[in-house]
Each structure stands twice: as structure tokens, then as C-alpha cells.
Design a protein around this ligand. Sequence first.
Ligand code: HEC
Length: 114
Amino acid sequence: MMKKLDTILLAAMVTWASSAMADDGATLDRGRHVFDQWCVSCHGVGDRMPGTASLAAKYRGSIPAALEERTDLNPDFIRYFVRNGVLIMPAFRKTEVSDADLAALADYLSHQKK
Ligand code: HEC
């Protein structure tokens, strides 16, 4: 029972923290930094990026293959893939990408205006 309450409280705090950070310029910079550290090697713009190439094949040009050029991404979708991985993409642990870093990253990728 206690454990369940802890989980609910933690979830509420994470939700509050991520909404409090939304749209803040510093958060977007942090999100870009996290992307450059962990994601750009596979999801950068270019032909030799395995993530970008895989998404180009998946969507066949109907949407941009590079994550930073997408306008359809939402934070839950990004969080899901970062924590679970897919195909050759590893799941990232909290010791690598913390919850706060992931919130900033999800905010960054879901607020592209290109
Ligand atoms: C080792 C290469 C690699 C790394 C590093 C990597 N990814 Fe991926 N990612 C992939 C591949 C490959 C796919 C699968 C594409 C597919 O379904 O064809 C993918 C899929 C995704 C998807 C799903 C997109 C969709 O529309 O299906 C998201 C979101 C994503 N990655 C985000 C990230 C983020 C954010 C990071 C950094 C924390 C990251 N990835 C790091 C290779 C990588």
C-alpha cells in the first residue's frame, strides 16, 4: 500500500516538474544538448544515420526521417521509445538519461517549428 502511494506521489511530481518546465528556453537548450549527446549519432540529418535511414524506410517520405524535423512528435511517444528502445535502438537507463533530461529532450523534440 505504501509503495503504491509512493509511486502515485512520484508520478504526480514528475508530471508537475515536466509541465513547470515546458516551453522554457533553458529547457529546450538542455533538450538539444541531451539529443546531441545520445541521439544524434543515429538520428541526425544525413544518409549514414541508422535511425534516420530506418525511419525513412518506415514512413517512405510521408514525414521527415530526422527526428528534429518532425512536427508530429509528442512527449509520451518519445519517452516510450527512449525507455524501451526499438530494433537496434537501445533502451536508455535513468543513469544515462535521467527523468529530468528525458523531460527536456521530449520537450525539445515535440516543439519543433520547422
Ligand atoms: C543506435 C542507434 C540509435 C540511437 C543511439 C537512438 N536511436 Fe532512436 N531509433 C533507432 C532506430 C533504428 C529506430 C527504429 C526506426 C524504425 O522503426 O524503423 C529508432 C526509433 C526511434 C523512435 C520512434 C520513431 C517512430 O516514428 O517510429 C524515436 C521516438 C526515437 N528513436 C528516439 C530516439 C531518441 C530520443 C534517442 C536518444 C535518446 C534515440 N532515439 C537514440 C536508432 C537509434
